[in-house]
Design a protein around this ligand. Structure first.
Ligand code: MG
Length: 240
């Protein structure tokens, strides 16, 4: 089954520890958003994707992703989760060097956040009865080392609050997808290789990440840099 993606909303600075590591403070008055193009996001339990060009600092950001099958305006927090069709373990892939340059020049984040395969997601699934998207571990291992670790309870804005807030900015529709922000520990998805900017290309050995949102299970992500590709696949029974 395929989920027809309409829009991709991404939440910035939803974990205080990640905001701090990027040198920012969380604005508790309102969440901060950016968008990705619908065709730049992949939901799959397998497949191969290229590592993007023009970056020497290609970063992972593990996030809980929610897909809506009901829309509306002015959605109440109490009703918000009724609009969720399913969840995914997602990676908000980022050209961190381009993002820093955009921040320095006060320009948009489009080229650093919205490129082909910049949203890598597991297949959508429904957590078991009673599972809540506002608590539980969210972790990412890189080459066997725990790199990102947080708890959904640490989110500044819960998913229900984000849906309610977004529905005040937009008329939400079925097909809208939300990346809910990343905990601290973001880092390069491939070893940094110093190469000339022109024609620079990811090199050297592969890395793998084991991505998990406790309520959804583990997924493995492999990035092969010599032949740039990534695979996101379900790992039954836990990866670490
Ligand atoms: Mg993010």
């Amino acid at each position: 089954a395929r989920f027809p993606v309409r829009r991709i909303f991404c939440v910035g600075r939803n974990y205080a520890a990640h905001a701090a590591e990027m040198g920012n403070e969380v604005d508790r008055e309102a969440p901060f958003y950016f968008l990705k193009s619908a065709h730049h996001v992949l939901f799959a339990d397998g497949g191969e994707v290229p590592v993007p060009p023009r970056t020497d600092n290609y970063h992972h950001e593990i996030e809980l992703v929610a897909a809506l099958d009901k829309g509306g305006s002015g959605i109440a927090v109490a009703d918000a989760l009724d609009h969720v069709f399913g969840y995914a373990v997602g990676l908000d892939m980022t050209r961190r060097d381009l993002q820093q340059d955009s921040k320095d020049k006060r320009r948009s984040w489009d080229t650093s956040k919205d490129f082909e395969f910049s949203g890598l997601c597991s297949a959508l699934c429904s957590p078991g009865k009673g599972a809540r998207p506002d608590q539980g571990a969210i972790t990412l291992h890189v080459n066997g080392t725990l790199q990102q670790s947080g708890d959904l309870a640490d989110q500044v804005w819960s998913l229900a609050e984000i849906i309610a807030e977004l529905s005040a900015l937009y008329r939400l529709e079925a097909g809208d997808v939300i990346f809910t922000g990343t905990p601290s520990g973001v880092g390069p998805a491939a070893p940094h290789v110093a190469t000339p900017a022109a024609g620079a290309r990811m090199q050297s050995c592969a890395w793998y990440g084991a991505a998990a949102v406790a309520l959804l299970g583990w997924w493995l992500l492999d990035v092969q840099a010599m032949m740039p590709r990534a695979r996101l696949r379900r790992e039954e029974g836990g990866a670490q």
